[in-house]
Design a binder for this molecule. Structure first.
Ligand SMILES: NC(=O)c1ccc[n+]([C@@H]2O[C@H](COP(=O)([O-])OP(=O)(O)OC[C@H]3O[C@@H](n4cnc5c(N)ncnc54)[C@H](OP(=O)(O)O)[C@@H]3O)[C@@H](O)[C@H]2O)c1
Length: 210
């Protein structure tokens, strides 16, 4: 069985997750940062795409936890663009890199999973469950990665913090980028909860049952 997938991100009031330079912008309130820290503790793994590693160089850890207690970090990096000194590869937590058979890059990390041809997310998720025992994943971005999870119908919960700022810019990334898809009325979600957290609110959605 594949792991439970929860997508979490923070966007501005105009629906951007970063500026046009694709550099990290402080969107979350302090209260939301605390929520995300508690959320991370509840998941077996935290996943991002290589675009987020290159733009933000995140640790993807909970500071007070150690190597044995932090969630496993997972990076989707088909072409091997993650540099050896990326913080996501440090000793604070185990890291699993997902790359293609054609990629010659090797990382000093817990495990590297190589896929043949096109990446199939559902196959990768099953592998993560069967081989590593991962039962739940928090997907933290960016827009391309989140889009691929929605596109393949692999999102079980979506939480988005809407912060009190406007970023602007037609090329600024949004929570769900990618090429888009032609589905009448988009992908249906059911609003489960709204919570004000400082100068913003977190919305919780779950997929509409078909
Ligand atoms: N506000 C927030 O909550 C938040 C959170 C995270 C990131 N961000 C922002 O988001 C931006 C980065 O987002 P991004 O969309 O550029 O990058 P991204 O989603 O982090 O990474 C995208 C890349 O990862 C690989 N990838 C991911 N999913 C894949 C799939 N299903 N199949 C094949 N390859 C896959 C591809 O790499 P290749 O192209 O190398 O094949 C793809 O180009 C930055 O500006 C960052 O600051 C904001």
């Amino acid at each position: 069985m594949r792991p439970f997938v929860h997508v979490n991100c923070a966007m501005s009031a105009d629906g951007k997750i970063a500026g046009v330079e694709r550099k990290q912008v402080r969107i979350s309130s302090d209260e939301d940062k605390t929520r995300v820290k508690e959320l991370r503790k509840r998941y077996d793994a935290i996943l991002v795409g290589v675009g987020t590693v290159l733009a933000d160089d995140p640790h993807l850890t909970v500071k007070e936890l150690d190597y044995d207690t932090n969630p496993i970090r997972i990076v989707i990096d088909p072409r091997g663009r993650t540099p050896d000194d990326a913080l996501v590869l440090d000793e604070r937590a185990p890291t699993v890199m997902i790359t293609s058979e054609d990629c010659e890059k090797e990382w000093d990390c817990e495990e590297t999973i190589r896929f043949d041809g096109e990446l199939c997310l559902s196959e990768i998720l099953e592998k993560l469950a069967e081989e590593i025992g991962i039962e739940s994943i928090l997907v933290e971005g960016g827009g391309e990665t989140i889009a691929s999870f929605f596109k393949d119908g692999l999102v079980d919960r979506y939480t988005v913090f809407v912060g009190g700022l406007v970023i602007g810019g037609r090329t600024a990334p949004t929570p769900v980028d990618g090429d888009g898809w032609a589905v009448e009325n988009g992908i249906g979600l059911v609003l489960k909860d709204v919570m004000i957290l400082g100068n913003g609110a977190v919305l919780t959605f779950e997929p509409e049952k078909k």
